[in-house]
Design a protein around this ligand. Structure first.
Ligand code: ADP
Ligand code: ASP
Ligand code: MG
Length: 651
């Protein structure tokens, strides 16, 4: 017997529901099908509730749209003979929902209890439709057997009671009821009977508890991606499916933001050693991922990367921390008392300071609590006032093989450093299966990209180019990149992404890569943003993109003047502009040193030997060293094609 869970996108449209039916039929009976609300409906319900509470009547239009979506699904998919009874059920659910929202609107009051009731309609509606759509299916009501109790602010599942009630509810399964459809996410308080829920993403958890209680053969999570991927596919386009993961690895990755599974889901099935399969509803033939006890990592150093934004770091420091027993206990018990979860801790062995990571929304309360606990020590200067840094991100690399391998941390931090990413705090658990670090939130995407690029053998290496100047040289370069990009990818394993193109007063930027087959000059004229040199620098640095190369095809001193700052932000420079390398020796030397110190390239071969007319002599000492040709970044344009004169100073 299997338990299958279908997420919001899988039950979100008429077409996707047809896929669900096919999957269910191919898996065969007996099975339990757990469903989420139609994709996006949970968010919509929460939004409607808040809109109504703010005395804004537009919640009524939003409700009408949600209604229309459900009725369209019903009339399209459900056989005529079942439609009347199902319509009556859906009508009554929408009537209740509408009255609740009207109540919130009139009273301008949205209690947690009312919000929980409102948000429950998503799964209550979807499960009724799915149970009617799948032939032979029976709907069981999870509100009757998922019971929670209050622990501080949270509703926690009463495991013993829930298991007992599931066993009672499923007494006819599989003997009589062969396919059971259950609404995920929703539950009820064990004492008051009020509607509660298992937290956002909680349908996965519903399915896991049922699978563990009924000793299912496996739990299948059907979603909209091909499996558990090496990193969040919305951020890393090159991420790919991991064939198998251990429960521990999955826990570490999910804890740090891999949304594909809701973290608590892993525990019930882990305890029973039931494997989890992650599969794509829209591509059922794809192999997917299996999460189980032991798996083959095929020698990979790390298994996956994940990240969460909205991190705050609170640092306590001061001489009294050294060697004093119990400081940590005071910190953690005070935070636990206020139900503040700490997901990151970093303490140096000198014990002079400790940094803890909490969610942004918990930060103010955490600081208040800790300031009270250590008020005396802070007052006499034995502890410094708490330091709070917000809007950070936590990134984690995870893998069982990290236990055996050396040099992973070295590689990680070198990669980040080379790309100009500064690490605010880091931690490695003694299990050695996770290294986490905290960076500014604006560096999260870049961190994920550079780590993925460095640790996972993707088919190719990516370079992100900013091109400045599209005169003869720049134009020719663009032409060559456009015509040779496929060849470079295949033969050199190099993917060139042109992410920015600038002319003297206008520029276009696109982090996904600009289509070079379009008429670039026209595109810049029509869609470009106005720039001057300061704005150009701000944009290039602000994009904060990994493996960045700034290509200067101008003859402008202004453009050359920004190189040093680009180096300082981890951006390489390839230049056909002779100004920087033939200027004062001190300038040239400083640029070379900065580039070396920052681990980026400063390549200028194309601006020295390529001119057919002799250049005015520069100081002989300006280029005293032989400059080796770089292999990493191909010279942008064959030397012979360089024009006798560069484009005018007006780039
Ligand atoms: P469902 O509605 O099916 O529960 P979710 O949106 O909750 O789906 O989870 C699936 C999404 O998780 C994917 O569409 C993907 O964008 C995101 N995701 C984040 N990290 C990962 C990862 N490491 N592997 C796969 N998907 C991930
Ligand atoms: N519908 C709920 C949510 O969007 C639960 C789930 O989809 O797992 O969070
Ligand atoms: Mg989900």
């Amino acid at each position: 017997m299997k338990v299958l869970k279908f997420g919001g996108t899988s039950v979100g449209s008429i077409e996707s529901l047809k896929n669900v039916k096919k999957v269910v039929e191919s898996v065969g009976e007996p099975l339990v099908v757990v469903v989420s609300a139609l994709g996006g409906v949970t968010d919509k319900l929460l939004e409607m509730a808040r809109t109504a509470a703010s005395k804004d009547k537009t919640y009524q239009q939003a409700l009408a749209a949600v209604k229309a979506r459900h009725y369209e699904m019903l009339t399209t998919l459900i056989p005529q003979r079942q439609q009347a009874s199902l319509t009556a059920k859906i009508d009554s659910l929408f009537e209740e929902l509408s009255s609740l929202l009207d109540g919130v609107y009139l009273l301008r009051d949205l209690s947690e209890k009312t919000e929980n009731a409102i948000v429950s309609y998503g799964e209550r509606l979807s499960s009724n439709i799915v149970a009617n759509y799948i032939e032979g299916a029976v709907r069981y009501n999870s509100l009757a057997f998922f019971k929670t109790f209050k622990d501080g602010h949270r509703n926690v599942v009463d495991n013993a009671l829930t298991e007992k009630l599931i066993l009672e509810a499923f007494k006819d399964f599989p003997a009589k009821d062969r396919i059971v459809v259950v609404p995920g996410f929703i539950s009820a308080d064990r004492e008051s009977g009020e509607i509660t829920n298992l937290g956002r993403g909680g349908s996965d958890y519903t399915a896991s508890i049922i699978a563990a209680t009924l000793n299912a053969e496996c739990l299948e999570i059907w979603t909209d991606v091909d499996g558990f991927m090496t990193a969040d596919p919305r951020i890393i386009q090159n991420s790919y499916v991991i064939d198998s993961l251990s429960y521990e690895e999955a826990m570490e990755l999910c804890n740090f933001g891999a949304k594909v599974i809701y973290t608590p889901t892993l525990y019930p099935v882990y305890a029973k050693n039931i494997p989890i399969y992650i599969k794509n509803t829209f591509k059922p033939e794809a192999q997917g991922t299996v999460i189980k006890k032991e798996c083959d990592h095929k020698g990979r150093a790390i298994t996956g990367i994940s990240s969460i934004g909205g991190t705050s770091l609170i640092t306590l420091s001061g001489p009294t921390m050294v060697g004093v027993v119990g400081v940590n206990s005071l910190i953690f018990s005070a935070l636990a008392k206020h139900h503040i979860s700490v997901f990151f801790v970093s303490q140096a062995s000198s014990e002079v300071s400790i940094s803890i990571g909490v969610k942004n929304e918990d930060a103010a309360l955490a600081c208040e609590v800790l300031s009270k606990v250590f008020a005396k020590e802070i007052a006499v200067g034995a502890l410094a006032p708490l330091k709070l840094e917000s809007n950070l991100a936590t990134v984690a690399i995870v893998g069982e093989n990290m236990r055996k391998a050396t040099g992973i941390a070295g590689k990680l931090f070198t990669t980040l450093g080379r790309n100009g990413i500064s690490i605010i705090a880091c931690a490695q658990g003694a299990s050695e299966t996770n290294i986490s670090f905290v960076v500014k939130e604006e560096f999260m995407r870049k961190s994920l990209n550079v780590i993925h690029d460095s640790f996972f053998l993707s088919e190719y290496k990516e370079l992100n180019l900013f091109l400045c100047g599209i005169g003869t040289v720049g134009g020719q370069l663009l032409h060559q990149i456009a015509s040779q990009s496929e060849k470079l990818k295949k033969e050199r394993g190099l993917k060139l992404n042109v992410v920015g193109i600038a002319r003297s007063t206008k520029a276009i930027f696109d982090r996904e890569g600009i289509d070079l087959h379009a008429d670039i000059r026209k595109k810049i004229a029509e869609e470009g943003i106005a720039i001057d040199i300061q704005e150009l620098k701000r944009q290039v640095i602000g994009m904060n993109i990994f493996n960045s190369v700034f290509v200067d095809c101008t003859a402008s001193a202004e453009v050359a003047s920004i190189y040093e700052e680009l180096f300082n932000h981890g951006i390489s420079v390839v230049t056909a502009n002779k100004i920087a390398a033939s200027s004062e020796y001190e300038t040239y030397a400083r640029l070379k040193t900065t580039a070396r110190r920052k681990g980026v390239k400063f390549l200028f071969e194309t601006n020295s030997t390529s001119f057919s007319t002799p250049l005015p002599p520069t100081r002989p000492s300006a280029r005293p060293f032989a400059r080796p040709r770089s292999r990493a970044i191909p010279s942008p344009i064959p030397v012979s094609t360089c024009p006798a004169r560069m484009s005018s100073v007006n780039w």
